[in-house]
Design a protein around this ligand. Structure first.
Ligand code: NAD
Ligand code: HSO
Ligand code: ZN
Length: 454
C-alpha cells in the first residue's frame, strides 16, 4: 500500500482554502438524521431502548444488561488493574486535581459600586452533571479524570459517569478504577446518542441530569445538539484534532512522531503539520511511514487514513506569519509549537483549545498528566469556547442591596430609564416613597457570611 500523505502549499497572500479548515463534524447532517429516532425511542421506552441499542451498537450479547455498575464490579476492576497503571493514574489525578483546585473561583465576591450600592456574584455548583466517557475506538480512563475531577472540585452534588458497555456487558476496568480513585460511585452502561438521551430524559435506572460533559464521536455530538433545549451540552468536544506548528528549527522525525499522536484516535480525527520549512515538511513525510511501520496496525491505519485524507497531512506555508494565520483560522483543539522560541510564538496564537510549548511538551503529556484539562473544544469552537474547567460545573448568581441613603439617587435614574422604555409599573415602583428602611440595609456583611452554597 502506498502512503500518499496529503500535502498542500499555502501562500499567506492567498485566502485560506475553506476545505482545509473542515473536520468530520463540520457537516453533522447524516449523524443528526441517524440519531433522531434513537433519541425518540429512549424518550419513549427508557431502559428497554438502552438495552436494545447496547445490543445493536455495542454488540452486547446479554438481553437483560444491568445498566448500573455495581460496587462488586468496581472492586473487581481495582483487583484486575496493574499496580503500575494505578500508580500512574494517581500521579495524573494529583496533577489534574491541583490544577483544577487552583482554578476554582471564590464562593462569592462583592463591591460597593457607589456609596451604599452593594453588588456581587455568588458561585454555585450545578446540581447534577453526567460525565460521558467514550468507548468505541479506545477506552478512556483519562477522560474520567478530566471530567470528574473538575466536577468534584466544583462541588457538584450528583456527578455520574455514563460509558458504553463492552460486548460482555462489562465496563473497561481502567475507567472503573479511575472512578474509584477519584471517588465517583454512580456509573451507568450506555453509549452514543442513547446515553445522551438517557441523561436528558432520565430512564427507570438512569437519573436525568442538568448537564452532560465529555467528548464523543459525531453521534454523541449530534445527540447533544438535538437535545440542547433539555440538557446543557457543555464544551463542544468531538473527534480529536491537532496542529503541530514548526519553523525550520525542529527535527522532522520528532515532528512526525508528534503529528501521529492525535491522528491515531480514529479516521474521524484531524491532524496537520503546519510548517514554514520545506526541509521539515519533506522530512516529516519521509518519517511518517517509518513510524507507522513500528505501530500496532489498527492504530497505524487510523493515522494513515487521517494524514492521507481530507482532514490532515502536511501544510507548507511561505512564511511563519502564514503558518500562524492558518493556525488561528483553524482553531485546533490541541496545538503543539515546535519553534526556536515557542513562548514568543504563544503570544501570536489567539485560537486553540490548548497550546503545548516546546519539544519536551508533546500532546501526549497534555492528554494525560500535566494538569490542564484535555477535554477541549473541537471543530473551530476554540474561537469562542475554553477547555473544560471547574467553571463548567458551576454557575454564577448576581446579588445586590441598596442602603437607604443611596436609594433616592438610584431610584431617580431608574425611574427616568423606565419611563423612556414605557414601563409605568417599573417607574411607579421607584417614584413612590419607601418610608420603611429595610432592617440592616445600611450594613452589608462580607461576601460569603451567612451564604449557604447548597
Ligand atoms: N475532544 C476531546 O477532548 C476528546 C477526548 C477523548 C476522545 N475524544 C474523541 O472522542 C471520540 C470517541 O469516539 P468513539 O467512537 O471512540 O467512542 P464513543 O463512545 O463516542 O462512541 C461509541 C458509541 O457510538 C455509538 N455508535 C457507533 N456506531 C453507531 C452508528 N452506526 N449509529 C449510531 N450510533 C453509533 C454507539 O452507541 C457506541 O456506544 C473520538 O473521536 C476521540 O477522538 C475527544
Ligand atoms: N486526545 C484526546 C482529546 O482530544 C484525549 C486523549 C485521551 N486519551 C488519549 N487522548
Ligand atoms: Zn489523544
Amino acid at each position: 500500500m502506498t502512503d500518499r500523505i496529503s500535502f498542500h502549499d499555502f501562500s499567506g497572500a492567498a485566502p485560506i482554502p475553506a476545505e482545509l479548515l473542515r473536520r468530520t463534524e463540520s457537516d453533522l447532517t447524516p449523524y443528526l438524521e441517524r440519531v433522531a429516532p434513537i433519541i425518540e425511542r429512549v424518550r419513549q421506552e427508557g431502559d428497554d431502548a438502552l438495552r436494545h441499542f447496547a445490543r445493536q451498537f455495542d454488540k452486547v450479547t446479554q438481553p437483560d444488561l444491568a445498566l448500573k455498575v455495581t460496587e462488586a464490579e468496581i472492586d473487581a476492576a481495582m483487583e484486575a488493574m496493574d499496580p503500575e497503571i494505578l500508580d500512574s493514574m494517581r500521579y495524573a489525578i494529583a496533577n489534574i486535581r491541583r490544577f483544577h483546585e487552583a482554578q476554582k473561583p471564590e464562593e462569592s465576591w462583592m463591591i460597593e459600586v457607589r456609596p451604599g450600592i452593594w453588588a456581587g456574584d455568588r458561585t454555585i455548583p450545578i446540581e447534577s452533571v453526567a460525565c460521558y466517557v467514550p468507548r468505541g475506538k479506545g477506552c478512556f480512563p483519562s477522560v474520567v479524570a478530566m471530567t470528574a475531577i473538575p466536577g468534584m472540585v466544583a462541588g457538584v452534588q450528583r456527578l455520574v459517569i455514563i460509558t458504553p458497555p463492552a460486548p460482555d456487558g462489562s465496563v473497561d476496568a481502567g475507567t472503573l478504577a479511575a472512578a474509584r480513585l477519584i471517588g465517583v460511585t454512580d456509573i451507568y452502561k450506555s453509549g452514543g446518542a442513547q446515553a445522551v438521551a438517557a441523561i436528558a430524559y432520565g430512564t427507570q435506572t438512569i437519573p436525568a441530569c442538568d448537564k452532560i460533559v465529555g467528548p464523543g464521536s459525531p453521534y454523541v455530538v449530534a445527540a447533544k445538539r438535538l437535545l440542547s433545549d433539555r440538557l446543557d451540552p457543555g464544551v463542544p468536544a468531538g473527534p480529536s484534532e491537532s496542529i503541530i506548528l514548526t519553523d525550520d528549527s525542529v527535527d522532522p522525525v520528532l515532528a512526525a512522531l508528534d503529528l501521529i499522536i492525535e491522528s491515531e484516535h480514529g479516521p474521524d480525527s484531524s491532524a496537520w503539520l503546519v510548517t514554514s520549512s520545506r526541509r521539515v515538511a519533506e522530512g516529516v513525510m519521509e518519517a511518517l511511514p517509518l513510524h507507522w511501520a513500528a505501530m500496532e496496525p489498527g492504530r497505524a491505519a487510523f493515522s494513515r487514513a487521517v494524514l492521507c485524507g481530507a482532514h490532515g497531512g502536511v501544510l507548507l506555508t511561505d512564511t511563519m506569519e502564514a503558518a500562524i494565520a492558518f493556525t488561528n483560522a483553524y482553531a485546533p483543539e490541541h496545538l503543539e509549537i515546535l519553534t526556536a522560541d515557542p513562548m514568543a510564538d504563544l503570544g501570536r496564537i489567539r485560537h486553540a483549545g490548548e497550546v503545548l510549548l516546546g519539544s519536551s511538551t508533546p500532546v501526549t503529556l497534555g492528554n494525560y498528566v500535566l494538569g490542564p484539562n484535555a477535554v477541549l473544544p473541537t471543530n473551530r469552537a476554540a474561537r469562542t469556547h475554553s477547555p473544560l474547567s471547574v467553571h463548567d460545573f458551576t454557575k454564577r448568581m448576581s446579588f445586590a442591596r441598596v442602603a437607604q441613603n443611596a436609594y433616592p439617587e438610584a431610584a431617580r435614574h431608574a425611574e427616568r430609564l423606565a419611563q423612556y422604555e414605557q414601563f409605568p409599573g417599573h417607574a411607579r415602583a421607584v417614584s413612590t416613597a419607601r418610608p420603611q428602611p429595610t432592617p440592616g440595609s445600611d450594613h452589608m456583611p462580607l461576601p460569603g457570611a451567612n451564604m449557604p452554597t447548597s
